[in-house]
Design a protein around this ligand. Structure first.
Ligand code: ADP
Ligand code: X2W
Length: 300
């Protein structure tokens, strides 16, 4: 046996280890939410794009939904507008809405599309406004039991997955910005990107929702300990929800919505770890937090 063949063997071993996962996930839809906080490093963004393209070539159907909270805050600051959050959502005045739309659709989405398309003519960016993908009405969160007006923040009332399905059927990778058309006044709404990703995962009948963020997963006793909860059922998560704080609330509510509406697993994983998507899909060493539907009750 030549030395060259011999040294290549471990590579073949690694590829073969992925075979059961490739068989299981082939043809399945996976919605990947890339959070603005995990998007700070150029190498990480490039590795994210490589992973998504890898999934595509491995026969999965990845759909990317992106955030951009920090990027929006920076742009608002440059425009002399303040960033204020209530119940974890950005108070969005009509002027702020223009900036949100510009940053999400014109900056963050364009950058991700560009990175993905370095690998071929794959990614197509859309916002929830396109082809009625996301329709919303004004969201008024309850704070101390009272509905509060936070401006042009939307609550999704309808989804039309036709445009995304058409792109997937054409072998493309849809990249979706979390802006919705208004069902009532002809304007647009700012939707939290975790919420949009979860709603799309459910509507698309995705196998997996994967939420990449800037922590290892859901910490059991945040901020006092960094013990990550590795797996929990929908009912276990539902009990935990009232104890969660700001950034984790829409993420975990989204995971719950997804698994209660047909998605097989919803995972929160560390977007700061290079190739965390591949580790999660193709190896046993699942990292982060995995939410699964409740076990069906055993019948006698
Ligand atoms: N129980 C928890 N476990 C992990 N992170 C938590 C928890 N509660 C609140 N957080 C906060 O949520 C943040 C992630 O949410 P967010 O800032 O909205 O990120 P992204 O931009 O990825 O959507 C973490 O950086 C952490 O500060
Ligand atoms: C209503 C609302 O809060 N919308 C978010 C949309 C972007 C987002 O969700 O970005 P991350 O995933 O990076 O947090 C915002 O304006 O920041």
């Amino acid at each position: 046996m030549s030395t060259r063949k011999h040294t290549a063997l471990p590579k073949a071993q690694i590829l073969i280890e992925a075979l059961p996962w490739l068989t299981r996930h082939r043809g399945r839809t996976v919605v990947i939410k890339f959070g603005g906080n995990a998007m700070v490093d150029e190498d990480l963004k490039a590795a994210f794009a490589q992973d998504v393209v890898f999934l595509h070539h491995a026969g999965l159907r990845p759909v990317v939904v992106h955030g951009g909270g920090p990027q929006i805050s920076a742009a608002l600051d440059r425009h002399g507008l303040v960033s204020e959050f209530k119940a974890g959502l950005r108070v969005t005045t009509p002027e702020a809405m223009d900036v949100v739309r510009m940053v999400l659709a014109g900056q963050v989405q364009r950058e991700l599309v560009g990175l993905l398309n370095q690998h071929g003519p794959l990614a197509v960016g859309i916002t929830g406004e396109d082809a009625h993908t996301l329709t919303a009405t004004r969201h008024q969160p309850l704070i101390d039991g009272e509905p509060v007006d936070i401006g042009r923040v939307g609550e999704i009332t309808a989804l039309d997955t036709g445009a995304i399905e058409a792109l997937l059927a054409d072998g493309r990778i849809p990249v979706v910005s979390s802006i919705a058309r208004s069902e009532d006044d002809g304007h647009v709404y700012n939707v939290n990107a975790d919420t949009a990703a979860a709603a799309l995962a459910a509507a698309l009948g995705a196998e997996t929702l994967m939420v990449l963020t800037d922590v290892e997963g859901l910490y059991e006793d945040w901020p006092n300990s960094d013990e990550v909860i590795s797996r929990l059922t929908a009912t276990e998560l539902e009990k935990l929800l009232p104890e969660l704080s700001s950034g984790m609330v829409p993420k975990m509510e989204g995971c719950l919505h997804a698994v209660r509406n047909g998605v097989r697993t919803a995972r929160v994983i560390d977007g700061r770890v290079q190739h965390s998507i591949l580790l999660e899909i193709f190896t046993d060493e699942g990292i982060g937090t995995m939410v699964v539907p409740d076990e069906p009750e055993a019948h006698a």
